[in-house]
Design a protein around this ligand. Structure first.
Ligand code: TMO
Length: 325
């Protein structure tokens, strides 16, 4: 049901782009380059809504924008090359590595963090604690691994991970921690939520990828699994952590950042747009609301963005830079 909305996005983007072009020509004093700012769209709802909110604000100050769907990992080299220009949600837990690679090579610029604090991790709905005492500790989860088995994974438990482009070293972690789990990647975000819905209705054990801020927390009570605490050395130094021979023997960051990233040529090409982007800072509650408009109220990303803009004037008005006139 939601798929139709995602398929609609590029066509709508083209129409929106056309309107933006005439707006930017009418206010030609502001944009430094007439070329459209290419804003990345990914495959989870808050990103799609915030991308459109940012795009609408850029249009308000006279820029032309275009929305381009991209893979969550491959988008970084694409932004680094200048094929795409702006990502509004760089998540520490899943995108730190490819993002920081581009920043280190001076192909992308870190345009600052949002106020939001993020977490991306294995997660379960509350009732699972009755079936697996000792949760949220990962060792307890491991002891009841077979409760989570499916016909494909038995006797191992199944962990339902996100789509493969939300890269997490889950297989490495399972190996490093000796966990009796197999990883199944959901083909799309919708699959995660359909399985969560079904399992919750039947009160069946399920452990799956989730994150915050997200709309899910408003609808399902649940908790993240507590793995050994994240440390950067855990990913690079095998001797660090509970397994002295392997890396990734830890969880994802518990209080991760959420950043904005732009192409290195962005500030010279669209200086005032860059000022706006640096000012943009969403809170956890604002992001969860944006995602809920899309997923709970079933609005398209464009509609959800319009509603967000209507309801959060006080927040975004502060982001409009002085250079916008
Ligand atoms: C990248 N994500 C927010 C889905 O974890």
């Amino acid at each position: 049901m939601r798929t139709s909305i995602r398929l609609k996005a590029p066509k709508l983007a083209a129409i929106v782009g056309g309107i933006a072009l005439s707006v930017s020509m009418a206010t030609a004093a502001v944009p430094e380059s007439e070329g459209p700012i290419k804003i990345v769209l990914n495959n989870w709802p808050s990103q799609q809504v915030l991308a459109h909110v940012s795009g609408e604000l850029l249009k308000k100050i006279g820029y032309d924008v275009e929305y381009d769907p991209a893979d969550a990992q491959l988008q970084y080299p694409a932004i680094g090359n200048g094929d795409l220009h702006f990502q509004v949600e760089v998540w520490e837990g899943t995108m730190k590595v490819p993002f920081e690679q581009q920043v280190a090579r001076e192909r992308m610029i870190d345009a600052g963090a949002h106020e939001a604090v993020t977490r991306e991790e294995w997660w379960y709905p509350d009732y699972v604690e009755e079936l697996c005492p000792g949760l949220p500790d990962w060792k307890a989860l491991n002891e009841c691994a077979q409760e989570f088995a499916t016909s494909e994974t038995a006797p191992m438990g199944r962990y339902l991970a996100g789509p493969v482009d939300w890269e997490r070293p889950d297989r490495e972690r399972v190996e490093a921690l000796g966990m009796k789990f197999e990883i199944a990647n959901a083909p799309q975000a919708l699959t995660l939520w359909a399985e969560l819905e079904g399992a919750s209705r039947r009160k069946e054990p399920i452990v799956l990828f989730n994150w915050t801020p997200n709309w899910v927390e408003a609808k399902y009570a649940g908790r993240f699994v507590e793995f050994p605490a994240y440390h950067a050395d855990c990913e690079n130094d095998a001797s660090w952590g509970v397994n002295p021979n392997l890396t990734y023997d830890c969880g994802n960051p518990e209080s991760g950042w959420l950043k904005k990233g732009v192409w290195a040529g962005f500030p010279e090409t669209w200086p005032c747009a860059f000022e706006l982007i640096k000012n943009i800072s969403f809170t956890n509650a604002q992001i969860a609301a944006a995602a809920a408009y899309a997923e709970v109220e079933e609005m398209s990303p464009e509609e959800a963005a319009r509603r967000w803009i209507e309801e959060n004037k006080e927040a975004w008005e502060k982001w409009i830079p002085a250079c916008a006139g």
